[in-house]
Design a protein around this ligand. Structure first.
Ligand SMILES: [Zn+2]
Length: 859
């Protein structure tokens, strides 16, 4: 009995030991007993449970209170779910007393007009330590408990040296909503006797999982588009401090070990200077040394890369800093059997903590080199810009000032200097009106980042990509723009610098009307205006022909898709309608035209049947297991955040059970789980008059199940099966055949309801799949198609180029009295593909007015 007890005790102490602080912390260090240990605040040992976000915040607050001379606590904003985003500023008591002065001096390194005179000999280096941007990669956030404790409590010369020479911006959780979702999942499945069977429910979260933020976005793709609150709050602090190193702690597959950058050398973005990778390599030596000390295996220069600037570990590289990606093999839950044995959560935390220590040591030792590099990065931007043939960029959409402003705000978040266009400009067959256009001179400190935003890329060193191959932003936003050569560019174009966010205003032009009002559909927020009015019971029609009429003494043109709000047939009187229209115009900063007569000078009179009634959309999107959460989230975010349009998230099981008659729009995005959906029910719903909007894989599913009239094109294999090929080359050969994401110009028929509101005939769309549709035999049923050479930017294999040539980008087919809209690609990518927004909203609003003769395939 005693023996058993002893064994039991030994077993338990081994288990417990793995969760005591001593398991993680370097034993050569003394800790200040006045500083609370994690367990005193979060009620469990580090690694025993997954820390929830609220307890994580409690602990960071407690540290800041206990060590105010070392730690300042900042709440930098709130997530969509109202969780605080926390940033600790950690440095020595002496530095804290001069913090603002240190910051100001530091950021001067990025300003070539001031940096030359700075002496970097005694300046602290600035680090941004960040954790778990993917909420279900939680060893990072859990390790932050230890790193913060260490920085608050460690005593002695070593820590004093470190804190004197560094300013540490410490973000314990880049994605609070995701972390909370994930920690709740794993903790609720934890058994007292840890279950390590990988089949156990603990290791497979329910859809959409904790990786994403509230709207199911991957925040580690949003550093550049910066369309989410989490990124916007974080970027503000990034640029306030301009760190020299930013770390990004992630997790990878459970059977791996530990990865740290540098990544694959041939896949570094060509705009990133070589010195950046040299420094990454020098810092890597510290990670190797520190991991060796604890006997933990790792790999480097494989799998991951520094290509897409929207990732946290790559964005710093184009900002004079060094971004570092860490990827720890994930235990997913508390302990899991893997190819390498049982992977325990505490071990994963220990690796993350250890590489924070190695980063700090590297930063301290390479301090001057990092600071000098930052200065040199910005100084050399000017020399490089002088040698670059493009001297500036002009952009702006007179038809859509709101979308133009979204773009300007995005640029300014990255501290790119934007100027008003001082004179109207006609160049490259485009017209830029000074009121709504802007100029960006290439020669400015953010020169490289500007190119990272504006460049088109057609040549690559490598053909395998971790993420998308191109993201040319003005194409994505669908904004008219042009690159200015030395002969086109001159200082006279440059007006006042944009220094604040422009507040657009809206209202009714021409005052109250006894006839009605017109809304220009080109305006980005027109769908929001329409929905708000419809929701108040207002009847709206859409112009299926352009027209011209007298307004306020001059003839004005109104394009396809103009929304007509007639006074007759409304449930409200003229005063009520005026008040509602006016309030809506003001709310969305849209100018709405008041109508003075029912007759037009060209086109159809307002009583004509060419004005079709627009039904108020009642939308359901199929979601859940087997559906791409990312693609679904993009639509949720678009409708909810931008346009205030509600949408039901419909699980496949629920669809199969209910009567879908209450919806007139059903959306299906990319996914492979649709075989569970009751296709007969879906078919009869469309036949009864519904509009089914399909994207990417859903297009394939519907075509194969007889729901749409789409014929799919096959792609030839790019791998020649008649040749003997080397096994070693297979990754390269297969990788080159992927469609990781490139930009194609679709030719739009601007008179088609799905193209209403577009003013340019070529619309840039983003393709990251191998869904290729034949053009319909019905010449009116392919409103958007890809012509002979549609590639605008990105990597494309010969075989994929052949498949996309002359294919349909959008197809409309009729089924009974309903319509099926098939969109081969993703018009909503990552919330910055605003050039696809009209296509999406037109599908919702105008799909059902597409004439049956233009949707029926000839048999
Ligand atoms: Zn990750």
């Amino acid at each position: 009995m005693r023996k058993i007890c002893l064994l039991f005790l030994l077993f338990f102490s081994a288990l417990l030991q793995a969760q005591e602080l001593s398991y993680y912390l370097p034993d050569s260090v003394q800790y200040n007993p006045a500083i609370p240990k994690p367990k005193e605040v979060i009620y469990h040992n580090v690694g025993e449970y997954h820390v929830t976000h609220d307890r994580l915040v409690n602990y960071m607050q407690a540290l800041a209170e206990a060590a105010p001379d070392r730690i300042r606590f900042e709440n930098i904003g709130f997530t969509y779910e109202g969780r605080p985003q926390v940033l600790l500023i950690i440095t020595s008591p002496k530095n804290h007393q001069n913090l603002e002065q240190i910051r100001q001096q530091h950021v001067q390194l990025t300003d070539p007009s001031k940096s030359a005179s700075l002496n970097t000999e005694n300046m602290p280096v600035v680090l941004y330590i960040g954790h778990s941007i993917h909420g279900n990669e939680s060893s990072g956030a859990n390790a932050s408990l230890l790193s913060a404790y260490y920085l608050a409590a460690a005593q002695g010369k070593q820590i004093d040296d470190l804190l004197n020479n560094t300013i540490i911006l410490f973000d314990p959780s880049f994605n609070p909503d995701g972390l909370q979702r994930f920690s709740t999942w794993v903790n609720q499945h934890r058994s007292k006797n840890l279950v390590t069977d990988p089949n156990s429910r603990e290791f497979s979260e329910v859809w959409p999982g904790g990786r994403y933020n509230h709207y199911w976005f991957d925040l580690n793709r949003d550093w550049l588009p910066a369309q989410h609150v989490e990124s916007q709050n974080r970027l503000k602090w990034f640029h306030l401090w301009k760190p020299n190193i930013l770390t990004d702690h992630h997790e990878q597959g459970s059977n791996a070990t530990f990865f740290f950058q540098p990544g694959v050398p041939s896949r570094v973005n060509p705009l990133t200077p070589a010195k950046n990778q040299e420094l990454t390599g020098k810092i890597a030596k510290y990670h190797a040394q520190f991991l060796d000390r604890i006997g933990s295996l790792y790999f480097t220069k494989e799998n991951y890369d520094d290509f897409y600037y929207g990732k946290g570990s790559t964005y710093p590289d184009v900002n004079g800093a060094v971004g570092i990606l860490f990827e720890q093999a994930s235990s997913r839950g508390h302990a899991q059997q893997t190819a390498n044995g049982i992977l325990r959560f505490p071990f994963t935390i220990k690796n993350q903590f250890t590489t924070t220590l190695s980063t700090l040591e590297a930063a301290k030792n390479l301090r001057k080199e990092l600071l000098d590099w930052q200065r040199e990065f910005y100084r050399s931007a000017s020399t490089e810009a002088a040698a670059y043939p493009v001297k500036g960029y002009v952009f702006g959409d007179a038809a859509d000032p709101a979308k133009t402003e979204v773009f300007v705000n995005m640029l300014r978040r990255h501290q790119i200097e934007v100027f008003h266009l001082s004179n109207n400009l006609k160049t490259d067959g485009k017209e830029f009106v000074k009121e709504n256009s802007y100029v960006i001179p290439a020669n400015q400190p953010q020169y490289r980042l500007i190119r990272g935003i504006f460049d088109k890329t057609l040549n690559y060193k490598d053909s395998i990509f971790y993420d998308i191959t191109s993201w040319t932003m003005p194409l994505a936003f669908g904004l008219p723009y042009t690159e200015l050569s030395a002969t086109q560019f001159n200082q006279n174009l440059i007006g006042e610098k944009v220094s604040t966010e422009k507040q657009l205003t809206g209202g009714i032009a021409g005052g109250r009307s006894e006839i009605g009002y017109l809304v220009n559909w080109s305006d980005f927020y027109a769908p929001a205006v329409l929905y708000e009015l419809q929701n108040a019971g207002v009847l709206a029609k859409v112009a299926t022909n352009p027209f011209q009429m007298e307004t306020g003494g001059s003839a004005k043109k109104f394009g396809y898709g103009t929304i007509l709000i007639p006074l007759t047939m409304q449930n409200m009187n003229s005063t009520q309608l005026y008040e509602k229209v006016k309030a809506t115009a003001e709310k969305y900063a849209v100018t709405i035209q008041s109508i003075q007569q029912g007759s037009v000078s060209s086109g159809s009179d307002l009583g004509s049947s060419k004005f079709a009634v627009v039904a108020k959309p009642s939308i359901a999107m199929i979601v859940g297991s087997g559906v791409s959460a990312l693609d679904a989230g993009e639509i949720w975010h678009l409708l909810d955040q931008r346009f205030n349009i509600p949408m039901t998230h419909l699980e496949i099981g629920t669809f199969n059970r209910i009567d879908p008659e209450r919806y007139n729009i059903i959306i299906m995005v990319s996914g492979n789980g649709y075989n569970e959906l009751n296709r007969e029910k879906l078919r009869s719903w469309v036949q009864g008059g519904g509009t089914l909007i399909l994207m990417e894989d859903a297009v394939t599913w519907a075509a194969q199940n007889g729901i749409s009239g789409v014929t799919l094109k096959k792609v030839k294999s790019g791998i020649d099966s008649t040749k003997r090929l080397s096994y070693a080359d297979r990754d390269e050969l297969q990788g080159a055949q992927q469609m990781s994401g490139a930009i194609f110009g679709a030719e739009a028929d601007l008179s088609h309801p799905l193209a209403y509101g577009y003013t340019q005939p070529t619309v840039a769309l983003f393709k990251a799949n191998k869904v290729y549709m034949e053009r319909s035999k019905n010449p009116f049923a392919t409103p958007f198609y890809y012509a002979d050479k549609p590639l605008q930017s990105g990597w494309l294999s010969k075989e994929n180029a052949e498949a996309i040539r002359n294919s349909a980008a959008v197809n409309v087919s009729a089924l009974g009295s309903g319509r099926v809209i098939s969109i081969a690609d993703n018009p909503n990518l990552r919330a910055f593909w605003l050039g696809g927004t009209k296509l999406m909203m037109n599908s919702i609003y105008f799909g059902r007015i597409v004439d049956a003769s233009a949707a029926r395939a000839e048999e």
